[in-house]
Design a protein around this ligand. Structure first.
Ligand SMILES: NC(=O)C1=CN([C@@H]2O[C@H](COP(=O)(O)OP(=O)(O)OC[C@H]3O[C@@H](n4cnc5c(N)ncnc54)[C@H](O)[C@@H]3O)[C@@H](O)[C@H]2O)C=CC1
Ligand SMILES: O=C(O)[C@H]1O[C@H](OP(=O)(O)OP(=O)(O)OC[C@H]2O[C@@H](n3ccc(=O)[nH]c3=O)[C@H](O)[C@@H]2O)[C@H](O)[C@@H](O)[C@@H]1O
Length: 427
């Protein structure tokens, strides 16, 4: 199949590269010339394991990128993978996606046979008919029969390629059998008898995505709440989590307590769902509590550090800037509120991340950035561990170079040992 993917960010690039690997011909469209040039040069514009290899393999062959929507009418199906960030009040900001939807509709005015436009972005159910469908249809002529579907994406950053290639489920939200068949056909190379296909309407598919993220974020907030209680009792939340995770109804996944959830999706999606629910007159108390608990964890980490170090004028190392390991994405990283709170306390900060320092330098241009974790620790009065990068768990002798070896671990990735003052957030 010939597929257009509009938007070449984390999702669009991963999806495009994987579609090409599955044998499809893909035209990736992005308004950012730099991204398009990078892709056509055979490289990924983001850091994601395995992605560079796929782009390098298919660029110039089955995979091309462009800033122009001209290819859309020549293709069989179009996926919209544009960001859906938050407005100031937490509600979904559809401006970028709406503009791309309109441009897609306008391009489809040149096409006479039936075309499927698939919303891959995460969108609130009511926005499909209220905003996106009118935008897609606004440019089309009478001949263009356009079907609209939703096909939410469940990949995680850091494991995007493998998650996409081996999903737990395929959710297809369509209005017609033709659309279901066409959308399912795209995924044919990934399907086996084991993979559940959830065949539903576009709104339910969109809600499944929000419910999935809201559930996972709330699960982490619940284990953080329980973990904070464990800490008050002098108990180890990880021992408790390991035990409750043995119950199949709870499961062991997403029970890692600590400094909380960040990233480009959990915070914005939970807030968008809260805002959408409130605009219908419903007060989602559980989700609001999940956000409250999450917002408190970075402050608890800094407070734990303050138990041992007077922050005023202290040199504090921050290990980890990305919102999770194996990505350079700093969107809503817990490192941001941690650095804010440390600076408010008067600390001088030296930060280290294997790949995300450059991104964080735009947000915090005035802090010091170290080239290695060892360099960050040298002479530091304390360290806050914010991201569970694998290399941090291998640190050992490096702590001996600190002025005062105070380690506050927000991710349970440092080995507690003699010679360091070690404090975990929930253990
Ligand atoms: N990042 C993630 O891990 C996941 C994201 N999602 C959802 O997928 C959607 C996309 O997310 P990301 O890929 O993270 O966004 P992103 O912000 O990384 O990428 C969006 C891309 O769209 C481009 N763009 C903006 N307006 C455009 C236009 N009019 N025409 C063409 N290109 C345009 C931007 O230049 C950018 O490269 C969001 O709704 C998000 O919630 C879903 C699952 C996972
Ligand atoms: O909609 C999205 O964008 C994606 O959001 C999350 O994926 P992602 O944000 O990439 O990463 P996660 O692994 O879910 O981690 C999110 C945050 O939760 C934190 N986390 C995760 C697990 C855990 O046990 N504890 C915990 O604090 C991580 O450190 C990170 O800050 C979901 O897991 C994906 O299914 C979804 O597609």
């Amino acid at each position: 199949m010939h597929i257009t993917v509009i938007g070449s960010g984390y999702v669009g690039t991963t999806v495009s590269a994987c579609f090409a690997e599955m044998g499809h011909t893909v035209t990736a469209i992005d308004i950012d010339q730099g991204i398009v040039d990078t892709l056509n040069g055979g490289e990924a514009p983001i850091s994601e394991p395995g992605l560079d290899e796929l782009i390098a393999k298919h660029a110039g062959g089955r995979f091309t990128a462009s800033t122009s929507y001209d290819a859309v009418p020549e293709t069989d199906i179009t996926f919209l993978a544009i960001g859906t960030p938050s407005n100031a009040d937490g509600s979904i900001d559809l401006a970028g996606l709406e503009a791309a939807a309109k441009a897609t509709g306008e391009a489809l005015a040149q096409k006479s046979n039936r075309h499927l436009v698939v919303i891959k972005s995460t969108v609130t159910p009511p926005s499909i008919r209220a905003v996106l469908e009118p935008a897609i249809r606004s440019g089309s002529n009478d001949n263009a029969a356009i079907d609209i579907a939703t096909n939410p994406e469940f990949l995680r950053e850091g494991t995007a390629v493998s998650d996409f290639q081996d999903p737990d489920k395929l959710v297809v939200g369509t209005d017609s059998e033709w659309a279901t068949d066409r959308l399912t056909a795209v995924y044919e190379p990934l399907l086996d008898s084991e993979m559940p296909i959830v065949d539903t309407d576009p709104e339910t598919a969109a809600m499944i995505k929000y419910a999935n993220n809201a559930f996972l974020a709330s699960k982490i907030s619940l284990i953080n709440d329980l973990g904070n209680i464990c800490k008050e009792f002098g108990l180890d939340a990880y021992e408790v989590a390991d035990a409750i995770g043995l119950d199949d109804r709870i499961s062991e996944q997403f029970l890692r307590s600590g400094v909380g959830w960040g990233g480009s999706c959990f915070p914005k999606d939970v807030n968008a769902l809260i805002a959408a629910a409130k605009s219908e007159g419903y007060e989602p108390a559980m989700l609001e509590a999940a956000v409250t608990v999450n917002d408190r964890q970075p402050d608890r980490l800094v407070a734990a550090l303050q138990e041992h170090v007077d922050l005023e004028g202290a040199r504090i190392a921050v290990l980890g800037l990305a919102f999770k390991p194996d990505t350079d994405d700093i969107r809503n990283s817990r490192a941001i509120p941690v650095i804010d709170a440390l600076q408010a306390g008067g600390a001088d900060i030296v930060a280290y991340d294997p790949v995300a320092a450059e991104q964080m330098a735009d947000r915090f241009p005035d802090i010091e950035y170290a080239e290695t974790a060892a360099e960050a620790l040298t002479g530091a009065d304390g360290v806050a561990v914010v991201t569970d990068w694998e290399e941090f768990s291998e640190l050992d002798e490096e702590f001996n170079t600190m002025s005062t070896p105070v380690v506050v671990d927000g991710r349970r990735c440092i080995e507690r040992r003699d010679g360091i003052v070690y404090e975990g957030l929930t253990w």
